[in-house]
Write a protein that binds this ligand. Structure first.
Ligand code: ADP
Ligand code: ADP
Ligand code: MG
Length: 450
């Protein structure tokens, strides 16, 4: 096992990883930007090293400085968290070359799955159902027009390098396709430095259902049930729950086994997530794989009792999986609300500032993963998510009741947050029924006075 791990991330996920390391007796090194001098992760770790100015490209994406900090501190491994360098295969490769263990899959897995149009090709060959769409990337406007007609409108334009819901456009009619293609391409170019685009059939009113998998370096792999992440705004997740309220035992087994087959097609090792779209008729389609720990991983931990970050570390250290598929049982129900510093009334505009008052909910089966404290100044340079509120209940109704209670206790003063919005959403009819799809928030917002 490692003696020391460097965490190449910030915020709640850095704190989450530090906590796992501490319980495992592993020393931790935090890295921080100049804007994060007072950040909790930098204070909590055993050592902290400044890696550059506020802008992510100068600090949390600064490979040279992160590798130097690792060598300097004597850490044997790097945990990349999510976002930043977590799905950067070049970074994973550089770690390997420097004899540092990257806590994640091999660079080849990231390469194969990271480019989404590539991944689709690999999935077809592996016999995995994918969303109908273009074969590989779109080459030019002529190819675009022809492929869209072939797939049939409405179509979804997507960035091969996409993530975080960016570089995605829905097109209902041919007259709008060129403009949207150009916009998506420009957005992808700006966000990911890669303007490659592919097309998918737009699935009407789908559910986003994803499967957590764990694979070791010896070819053993398990699935840990699903998460329903259909509660989305602009293709970004807002609230997640496990299990999915519409899941059945039979479908879970089929989809879980499909997820394992998909991951095995790229000899996947470490924790990963296979995202599916599920249509009205419960047909499921592979959408993408995230080759990292995910924001919403805690709800899987709550219903399986398995600490996914510790499993990641053990796998990276070369241990065999200690759990087999029969050992994995889904118990009860868990919900996560992403708490963002944003102004819902101003189109969810990020709202950084100083936290003046803070009361964090607690009590039986309530978990808060966060990196904020009273007096903390939220810097404007990073993601607006400041906390994840996670609850567990013996069944879905109890989880909902508990989340209502916990959201009611949560007080964050000094900055606007989406706490009240989450409360209303939780009480909305379709959420309570469990039938909501990925377009629900959009529909729901039309009837609101925010
Ligand atoms: P996940 O797939 O883990 O549930 P998301 O789909 O919301 O999370 O985001 C995908 C990735 O993109 C995450 O690693 C997250 O850190 C990152 N991300 C999300 N939103 C933004 C943003 N506004 N700017 C930069 N990165 C983001
Ligand atoms: P990202 O990498 O940004 O997470 P995804 O491919 O996972 O991109 O898509 C993000 C979200 O966009 C999905 O969760 C889903 O709500 C929506 N989406 C993506 N592809 C389709 C599609 N073909 N039809 C309908 N909705 C889609
Ligand atoms: Mg996704």
């Amino acid at each position: 096992m490692f003696n020391k791990i460097l965490i190449a991330n910030r915020g709640e996920i850095a704190v989450r990883i530090i906590r796992a390391c501490r319980e495992m007796g592993i020393a931790t090194v935090a890295v921080y930007s100049e804007a994060d001098k007072d950040a909790l992760h930098a204070q909590m770790a055993d050592e902290a090293i400044c890696i550059g100015p506020a802008s992510p490209k100068d600090s949390y994406l600064n490979v040279q400085n992160i590798i130097s900090a690792t060598v300097l501190s004597g850490a044997q491994a790097i945990h990349p968290g999510f976002g930043f360098l977590s799905e950067n295969s070049k970074f994973a490769k550089i770690c390997k070359e420097c004899n540092i263990t990257f806590i994640g899959p091999d660079p080849e897995c990231i390469d194969n799955m990271g480019n989404k149009s590539n991944a689709r090709d690999i999935m077809i060959k592996a016999g995995i159902p994918i969303v109908p769409g273009s074969k590989g990337a779109i080459e030019n406007e002529e190819d675009l027009l022809k492929t869209a007609v072939h797939i049939g409108y409405p179509v979804m334009i997507k960035a091969s390098a996409g993530g975080g819901g960016r570089g995605i456009r829905i097109v209902y009619e041919e007259k709008d396709i060129i403009k949207n293609y150009e916009n998506a391409k420009a957005e992808a170019e700006a966000s990911f430095g890669d303007g490659t685009i592919y097309l998918e059939k737009f699935i009407e009113k789908p559910k986003h259902v994803e499967f957590q998998i764990l694979g070791d370096n010896f070819g053993n792999m398990v699935y840990l049930g699903e998460r329903d992440c259909s509660m989305q705004r602009r293709n970004q997740k807002v609230m997640e729950e496990a299990p999915s309220p519409i899941m059945t035992e039979e479908l879970r087994k089929i989809m879980g086994e499909t997820a394992v087959k998909a991951a095995k097609a790229v000899s996947y090792n470490n924790a990963g997530t296979i995202e599916f779209l599920l249509d009205k008729n419960k047909n499921y389609y592979f959408m993408e794989m995230n080759t990292r720990i995910q924001v919403e991983h805690p709800i899987t931990e709550m219903v399986t009792g398995i600490d996914l970050v510790k499993e990641q570390i053990k796998i990276a250290a070369g241990e065999k999986l200690s759990i087999s598929q029969q050992d994995i049982n889904i118990h009860g129900h868990s919900i996560e609300c992403r708490i963002n510093a944003e102004d819902v009334s101003k189109n969810f505009m990020p709202c950084p500032g100083t936290i003046k008052e803070l009361c964090i909910p607690g009590g039986f089966n309530v978990r808060v993963d966060s990196a904020v404290y009273s007096g903390y100044k939220i810097p404007p340079f990073y993601d607006s998510m400041i906390a994840k509120l996670i609850v567990y209940g013996s069944d879905r109704q109890e989880a909902i009741d508990r989340m209502r209670r916990a959201l009611g206790e949560f007080v964050i003063g000094g900055v606007s947050t989406n706490i009240d919005f989450q409360f209303d959403l939780l009480n909305s009819e379709e959420f309570v029924k469990g039938t909501y799809d990925t377009k629900y928030i959009e529909k729901y917002m039309k009837n609101l006075s925010y």
